[in-house]
Design a protein around this ligand. Structure first.
Ligand code: MG
Length: 366
């Protein structure tokens, strides 16, 4: 089987709540997503998606995703999409770095492989370890009391794990964490995710001020070294996200005892092939994961559901149903949240059938 064509689509994903705000006042109101259709000579095509969290979160941005795919696409024609490792090594030879660019192509290749073999991506990624996966809800950064008030509404939607967007003013963040911790019901889990928004000094103040609470601290500072200093100052469970970009950065952090869990984002690593490698290493090394992506719609959410469902429950801390945050339903068969959990499709591949009318004409194709 050979890749014979690549179609690139652009899709706007407006937020149901109007705006999503994280550290230091950064926000997005309409996500700019890129959907890729990988066409083959076998009459099978596969779907992939990459949606950066704006341009100020990771070193990735939406128009860059499309520019990178346009650069790469002519160079992958003729390759077998089922040979995931060969495809990834070839993409790395053709374009240095830019994992988010490669992610949508790699995701589409897994979809093709599933359709060609009659297997779900869950099966291809190791088998169904969980019937459904537990989801968390990100609580957008607003005034502290209003964030705590939002917990009840999300709980009514079935969520039992909450990720508080902090990384703003340290005093306000201490109040955010304390008020939200007080709003937790028995068995619920609270994560305070600073998304690199604190200096070491601010992080030191916050972790000391909330040390009596049952809260996880996620990615307090920009650099790995600053996070490690903060980690050594607190006994609270500690999650690394933005600084875990590949296997070497994970291995260094594992060696240093720098975290109790990581946040694994598919496009941060370059797609499902590399995400699976890190997932398997985490399972082997006893490190639980939040399994998600930088953002996305129905296709990214389906990929998350397959990767998370093929991960043992004790290592799948949480996953994300990004498609419930936005107003666009591109694929009617995409996974949907049910009582705070979601399950991948049993159909071959990713199990998503995008609505071509909604998608419109490709913005670029070869
Ligand atoms: Mg995070």
């Amino acid at each position: 089987m050979k890749i014979t064509g690549v179609r690139v689509h652009q899709l706007d994903l407006p937020l149901r709540e109007g705006r999503y705000t994280w550290a230091d006042g950064k926000f997005v109101e309409v996500f700019d997503s890129t959907v890729v259709e990988l066409v083959t000579d076998a009459g099978i095509s596969g779907w992939g998606e990459c949606c950066p969290l704006g341009s100020a979160y990771l070193p990735a941005h939406a128009t860059g995703v499309r520019a990178g795919i346009i650069e790469l696409a002519p160079q992958i024609l003729g390759l077998d999409p089922r040979s995931h490792d060969i495809l990834n090594r070839h993409m790395d030879r053709c374009l240095r770095g830019h994992p988010h660019v490669k992610s949508a192509i790699d995701m589409a290749a897994w979809d093709v492989t599933g359709k060609a073999t009659g297997l779900t991506v869950t099966a291809l990624l190791g088998g169904r370890a969980q019937e459904s996966v537990r989801l968390y809800r990100a609580i957008s950064q607003i005034a502290p009391a209003a964030m705590a008030e939002n917990v009840a509404g999300y709980r009514a939607e079935g969520y039992t794990r909450f990720q508080l967007k902090v990384g703003g003013d340290a005093d306000a963040d201490i109040e955010r964490i304390r008020l939200c911790a007080a709003a937790m019901a028995p068995g619920e889990v609270l994560v305070a995710d600073a998304n690199t928004g604190w200096s070491m000094r601010e992080a030191a103040r916050v972790v000391a001020a909330v040390r009596d609470l049952d809260v996880h601290i996620e990615q307090p500072c920009p650099s790995y070294e600053e996070c490690l200093v903060t980690r050594r100052r607190t006994a609270l469970p500690f999650i690394l996200d933005e600084v875990i970009q590949d296997l070497p950065s994970f291995l260094r952090a594992l060696h240093d005892g720098a975290m109790d869990a990581i946040n694994l984002k598919i496009s941060k690593l370059g797609g499902l092939t590399r995400a699976r490698q890190l997932r398997d290493l985490c399972v082997a090394c006893g490190i639980p994961m939040t399994i998600e992506d930088s953002w996305g719609g129905d296709i990214v959410t389906a990929a998350i559901a397959h990767l998370a469902a093929s991960t043992p429950e004790e290592f799948c801390f949480t996953a994300t149903d990004f498609n419930s945050y936005t107003t666009v339903e591109l694929a009617p068969d995409a996974p949907r949240r049910v009582r705070g959990r979601m399950a991948p499709s049993d159909a071959p591949g990713l199990g998503v059938t995008p609505d071509r009318a909604l998608l419109g004409a490709p913005v670029w194709e070869i």
